[in-house]
Ligand binder design. Sequence first.
Ligand code: AP5
Length: 215
Amino acid sequence: MDIILFGPPGAGKGTQAQRLLASHGTPQVSTGDILRQAVKDGTPLGLQAKPLMESGKLVPDGLVIGLVAERLKRPDCKAGFVLDGFPRTVAQAEALEAMLSSLGRHIDHVLSLEVPLEMVVERLSGRRCCPKDLGIYHVTEAPPKTAGVCDSCGSPLVQRPDDREEVVRARQVTYRKDTEPLKAYYAHRGLLRAVDGTGTPDQVFARIQAALGRQ
Ligand code: AP5
């Protein structure tokens, strides 16, 4: 099954994509994670992406589309994938449609996680991440067993640089201007399903399973 998890910054896309990976083995394709790795490695892509990410702007379509096209060709995506953070513009959505069609595939579901603005701000301000295995935590809502330490690999957890309040605001503006219009794009194609993203991660996951017809 080829799935897009859609929603504003902090809606819970990464959290739910990791659950789909754990429960069904469907790989998570996160453009944010790929770009953060490029920044960490200091590659030419990372050098170009860093200032944009740290100011809440989008990385140019051409760069991101190329990354996704390469990633979706890998063998683990053959039986399906979960896109997290892509597409983010109409140009990216059109490019995705073309690349999938050239592989004889199409998107099966676009699940839009619906969460009120004040809740996403709270979620982002309390988010902590593992820089090594990319685990996602929250200081109160999804805390690690030992404060500040990743449950699975023991690395110290970090706060993402783009979770600073002023950058979160900029990311929300970018989302409304460039990304939210994709709801109409996918609704028009009969693919968009709204999923209530409030409640615990388990409750949201149960709604996602139901939307995918897995219950
Ligand atoms: P990206 O990494 O994709 O960030 P984002 O879309 O802004 O989404 P987030 O990762 O912030 O949030 P999320 O929805 O995954 O929430 P999470 O599960 O972590 O992109 C970063 C940047 O890279 C962009 O700004 C841009 O510059 C660039 N970029 C990426 N893709 C691009 C593209 N396609 N084109 C151009 N540029 C691109 O949850 C958040 C917090 O809430 C966590 O602490 C979690 O524990 C907690 N939480 C989750 N669910 C719940 C729940 N149900 N209840 C309570 N807490 C919860």
